[in-house]
Design a protein around this ligand. Structure first.
Ligand SMILES: [Zn+2]
Length: 348
């Protein structure tokens, strides 16, 4: 949908938002849910722009204001991106676009109280003042109750847009007062295109990062540097070459893996994709994620049984669970490495 292009790969949400503006029926509160990095923030901003875009202004003559809907397609009420209002919002300098984010791990009651005070006044200049509350699930109970009051008596010409991963993460009384729009993970193809467009990444590399990112653009961006691929190569080489007999080397590898928690979790993801590639290579070699390692994957696929791969998946799952439960990282890594390299040893 042109005009809502920033709502990447989210056709349904873009259509719904477009319809709200087309009908002039802007809800008091919206809830955008979906995993991190699928464009909820961008969509909230695009919607704030569209609500206030001078081209969508009722004062504008319809001839100039909207691109005509051709071939039965709905008219496009997306933001123009160039008018005074759009540019202010794009540069984060619009006084009536208010963003609330967790301060530390939580959204605090003081943040919502300040918001209530601000909303008691009329908007400065916006047609529709927009409040974007990111990670609304991080509101503590007191903040949630304060927000609930706002939702029960919504201020004039104001829309609240809450974002969260899951609807069930929110207090039900809050969720039920918002119109819910669900965002899907971004497709691999679109993620790869975005990496090429926005970061100038080589298309072949972009495909690998996109496949690793599981539908999240933020994650794809975070992954998209060459050093990640080097790290992956190191991990894959180690895990395929070590044997149980080399206890010292296994322990050294475990020590490297376990130095930092987030990094350790990332390594587990990398290894999971590697084993998954080996498992699916037999059936659909064209679907592997690490397409640049296809020769290696083929060789590994020939010498591994499904049972072996399943048990490795399981070991990774257990390790991940332990790490998240704050188990000892070093111990977790040692156990994992020994389990993973077990079948590398002859007769192991
Ligand atoms: Zn505009």
């Amino acid at each position: 949908m042109p005009g809502f292009e920033s709502i990447t790969d989210q056709i349904r949400p873009a259509l719904i938002l477009n319809t709200f503006i087309g009908k002039g029926a802007i809800p008091h509160a919206l809830l955008f849910t979906g995993m991190e990095g699928v464009g909820k923030q961008a969509a909230a901003k695009a919607f704030a722009m569209a609500c206030n875009c001078l081209r969508n202004s009722p004062d504008e003559s319809p001839v100039n204001s909207k691109k005509p809907g051709s071939s039965g397609k709905p008219e496009n009420y997306g933001p123009c991106g160039v008018c005074g209002s759009c540019r202010k919002i794009l540069s984060n300098s619009h006084p009536d676009i208010i963003e609330i984010k967790p301060s530390g791990p939580f959204i605090r009651i003081s943040q919502i109280r300040d918001l209530c005070e601000l909303l008691a006044f009329k908007p400065y200049e916006a047609r529709i003042r927009t409040v974007i509350i990111s990670d609304a699930q991080t509101m503590n109970a007191a903040a949630g109750n304060a927000l609930l009051k706002l939702l029960e008596e919504p201020p004039e010409r104001t829309i609240l847009i809450l974002t969260a991963t899951e609807k069930s993460d929110l207090i039900p009384t809050i969720a039920s007062r918002c119109q819910h729009i669900r965002f899907n993970p971004v497709s691999r193809k679109r993620l790869a295109e975005m990496l090429v467009e926005s970061k100038g990444i080589e298309p072949a590399d972009a495909c690998i990062f996109a496949a690793m990112a599981n539908g999240s653009f933020n994650r794809a961006l975070a992954l998209s540097d060459k050093s990640r691929l080097k790290k992956r190569d190191w991990l894959v080489n180690k895990i395929e070459s070590l044997s149980l007999k080399e206890t010292g080397k296994c322990m050294a590898f475990a020590e490297r893996l376990s130095r930092e928690k987030e990094d350790f979790l990332e390594s587990l993801e990398t290894l999971k994709i590697w084993y998954r590639d080996i498992a699916i290579f037999k059936y659909c070699p064209e679907r592997i994620v690490y397409s640049d390692l296809s020769d290696k994957t083929k060789a590994a696929s020939a010498r591994r049984t499904e049972k072996d791969l399943l048990s490795k998946f399981n070991e990774i799952r257990i390790a991940r669970k332990n790490i998240l439960a704050n188990a000892n990282l070093r111990l977790t890594a040692e156990t994992l490495v020994l389990k993973l390299v077990q079948s590398n040893s002859p007769g192991g």
